[in-house]
Design a protein around this ligand. Structure first.
Ligand SMILES: [Mn+2]
Length: 296
């Protein structure tokens, strides 16, 4: 079953080609919420905004690999939009320059339905009059992308990763029900968190990675970049090419993957150690840069 879901995501992936000097930043699993106690993203808001702005300024394309917003704990988009309006404005700027690709994950799987996306656009992003037409946000959501680079033979499949997680792909509404009406309060009152989330469940996480690895081996060593498990992953050349961009809800940092000049790296943005006015938001390279060709 999982194989069939992954095959379909591969077959139906939107093809995107890049020049050899293209710059791409991948983030995922922001779980942007309403800024309340349950908003897992709130503590990283400043770091993320700073990082995304600097990628925008440097001409990067932004690929968000799912779970950008948290629609399990929040029933509507409105409080999320209000809490993170400046981030949506920045996304709009990326989109206007055709440098934005948003993918859906299990926590924003409602965006699989184009009618839902259209409703949100209509409610929150429709200009009030014709002279504001330039602020229109041509929001589009994908399940998967197939990225190709100039001068390379092979491609990269980009997707959220819950395609390898049966409960979270097929029965996501059941999981959403428990998160919305049960685990949220368990977490608040007793500090017990949702055991079906692969990010909080080691066995589930290993299972998802194993299924993705198996699929890669069955498909001519097809390289994958995904999120979902919140566990960053950067294989050595020659290993199974499964990359994971971590998440933006780590305790004091956000983690992502960069591609620049056909090289890939795992990076982390965080506050510098010194306190006081000299404290800055900085980037640390965790792995790489390593030539993409070494994984093809
Ligand atoms: Mn997920």
């Amino acid at each position: 079953m999982v194989n069939r879901i992954l095959n379909k995501a591969f077959r139906n992936a939107r093809h995107v080609s890049f020049t050899k000097d293209a710059k791409i930043i991948f983030f995922s699993d922001l779980h942007k919420g309403d800024n309340s106690y349950a908003d897992d993203f709130k503590h990283n808001y400043e770091i993320y905004k700073y990082a995304l702005q600097s990628y925008y300024d440097q001409g990067y394309t932004y690929i968000e690999l799912g779970d950008g917003i948290e629609l399990w704990e929040n029933k509507s988009f409105e409080p999320i939009f209000k809490a993170h309006k400046s981030i949506f404005d920045l996304l709009k700027k990326f989109q206007r320059q055709k440098r934005l690709y948003l993918l859906w994950g299990n926590h924003d799987m409602e965006f699989r339905n184009p009618i839902k996306v259209e409703q949100i656009l209509h409610t929150f992003f429709t200009p009030k009059n014709i002279s504001d037409k330039h602020i229109y946000f041509d929001l589009e959501y994908y399940e998967s992308l197939l990225l190709s680079f100039e001068n390379t033979q092979k491609t990269i499949l980009a997707l959220h990763g819950h395609q390898a997680d049966y409960m979270n792909y097929v029965h996501w509404k059941i999981n959403r029900f428990f998160v919305r009406y049960f685990w949220k309060y368990m977490q608040k009152c007793f500090g017990i968190s949702d055991p079906t989330s692969p990010a909080k469940n080691y066995k589930g996480l290993i299972k998802v990675e194993r299924k993705l690895n198996q699929w890669i081996l069955n498909n001519n060593n097809q390289m994958i970049i995904c999120g979902h498990t919140h566990r960053p992953r950067f294989p050595d050349p020659g290993d199974i090419p499964l990359f994971n961009d971590g998440s933006c809800v780590h305790p004091e940092s956000i983690i992502g993957i960069e591609i620049e000049n056909s090289k890939i790296s795992l990076i982390k943005w965080h506050h510098s150690k010194n306190n006081g006015p000299k404290r800055k938001i900085v980037k640390t390279v965790l792995e790489g840069p390593e030539a993409l060709n070494n994984f093809f």
